[in-house]
Design a protein around this ligand. Structure first.
Ligand SMILES: NC(=O)C1=CN([C@@H]2O[C@H](COP(=O)(O)OP(=O)(O)OC[C@H]3O[C@@H](n4cnc5c(N)ncnc54)[C@H](OP(=O)(O)O)[C@@H]3O)[C@@H](O)[C@H]2O)C=CC1
Ligand SMILES: N[C@@H](CC=O)C(=O)O
Ligand code: NA
Length: 365
């Protein structure tokens, strides 16, 4: 029988963000006085580690134990049955970008499992999925937190929720919402100097862990469209899906039929000139080009794409993978509330997930 206040942690996904989350979880579990956490399940898409009697999986060295595990992950519905029958409360941490896992949130929440995740798919899928998730949570009392689904660990979701829940009226949200796009344009079209080759910078963004598992999901604008869908919904706009508003893709037409991300990356250098032309057009106007998004709440308009900025504009002079997100509201008037900082990367994303876990623990343990 589990101790009173014991909480079981179940983790799906152990990639770039997942591994950083595991090291933060290890530090959290070792903290004194120690929260009564125990890891009862962890899986990737091919391997799993768990014990039918819920005896803990050691967090120390878990990446190595998982890699050498011979257990395959059971179907998701069975994982949810297993977790729902645990002799203590459970927090499910989804560190994948899987739509299948996201689609299972309503079931998991209705069975009492709380969820924390950086996965955007659940909150930016169909509006029905969004409603099902929050209805299931409200009915069962289970918690769902997804801070890192926008702006990685930056306090974007929590800030927007606070604005709305305290009665402010959000009129516009705009900025740079992609760590990958920020990094790409900051290094390919810097405010000073020459900048690198587009395709080389794309490869660097992937190796730095900024891109989605398939970098085409960043370059086609969908990752930003997903983030704006989430923010628009939280601001009160019932956006149907991330494809229901205009989004500019930076995938060359000729590469739209590539069957894998690797094939796309291999062929991309042949199309570097397309991006050079876009950069040159901005330079001719004395500006730089950046990939931005905006939500106009009053007109219900959401858009995502390239825009030109003066070199002195705060969006033009971002560094690294930084995001900048401005909230215009009635209370803040003409001077928006601005959040800025790294918007991608394993450690900063995992920070948002661990922070969410700590919030959930304070409510359920
Ligand atoms: N990287 C970043 O800077 C940020 C990432 N995020 C989000 O964090 C999430 C994780 O990103 P990241 O760590 O970079 O991605 P990775 O591709 O590095 O890792 C994904 C992990 O999920 C596992 N996985 C995928 N599908 C399934 C499935 N159906 N069942 C079980 N496991 C599965 C993969 O296992 P396997 O290897 O076996 O396929 C892998 O362990 C994504 O949703 C991403 O959008 C959010 C903000 C910033
Ligand atoms: N690929 C995303 C990761 C964070 O959401 C990005 O580059 O912003
Ligand atoms: Na965030």
């Amino acid at each position: 029988m589990a101790a009173v206040n014991q909480v079981y942690i179940a983790i799906i996904g152990a990639g770039g963000v997942g591994k950083c989350f595991l090291s933060q979880l290890q530090a959290l579990a070792a903290r004194k006085p120690s929260p009564k956490l125990s890891l009862c399940y962890i899986s990737t898409s091919r391997k799993a580690l768990y014990n039918v009697d819920y005896s803990p999986v050691s967090i120390d060295g878990v990446t190595e134990s998982l890699a050498s595990s011979t257990q395959a992950p059971p179907p998701l519905s069975q994982v949810i049955d297993y977790l729902a029958a645990a002799p203590a409360k459970v927090v499910l941490v989804d560190n994948t970008s899987s739509q299948d896992v996201a689609d299972a949130y309503p079931l998991a929440l209705s069975r009492g499992l709380s969820i924390v995740t950086p996965n955007k798919k659940a909150f930016s899928g169909s509006y029905k999925l969004w409603q099902d998730i929050f209805t299931a949570a409200a009915t069962s009392g289970a918690k769902v937190y997804h801070e890192s689904s926008v702006g990685a660990g930056l306090p974007v979701i929590s800030t927007l929720k606070d604005l709305v829940e305290t009665g402010d009226k959000v009129t516009k949200i705009e900025g740079v919402f992609s760590g990958t796009m920020s990094f790409l344009f900051n290094s390919f079209a810097p405010t000073e100097g020459q900048g690198g080759k587009w395709s080389e910078e794309v490869k660097k963004a992937k190796s730095l862990g900024y891109t989605e598992p398939d970098p085409r999901d960043d370059l086609n604008g969908l990752d930003v469209a997903r983030k704006l869908t989430i923010l628009a919904r939280l601001a009160g706009l019932p956006v149907e899906s991330p494809t229901s508003f205009p989004t500019q893709s930076l995938i060359p037409k000729e590469l739209e039929s590539c069957s894998t991300g690797d094939e796309f990356l291999e062929k991309l250098p042949a199309f570097d000139q397309q991006m050079e032309d876009i950069k040159a057009a901005a330079e001719k106007a004395g500006k730089v080009v950046r990939f931005v998004g905006s939500i106009d709440v009053a007109t219900q308009q959401v858009k995502v794409g390239l825009e030109q900025f003066d070199r002195s504009h705060p969006i033009a002079s971002l560094k690294g993978s930084d995001n900048i997100i401005s909230f215009y509201t009635e209370r803040y008037g003409n001077n928006p509330l601005i959040i800025q900082g790294a918007g991608a990367g394993g450690d900063v994303t995992a920070m948002g997930v661990t922070g969410d876990l700590i919030k959930v623990l304070s409510q359920i343990a």
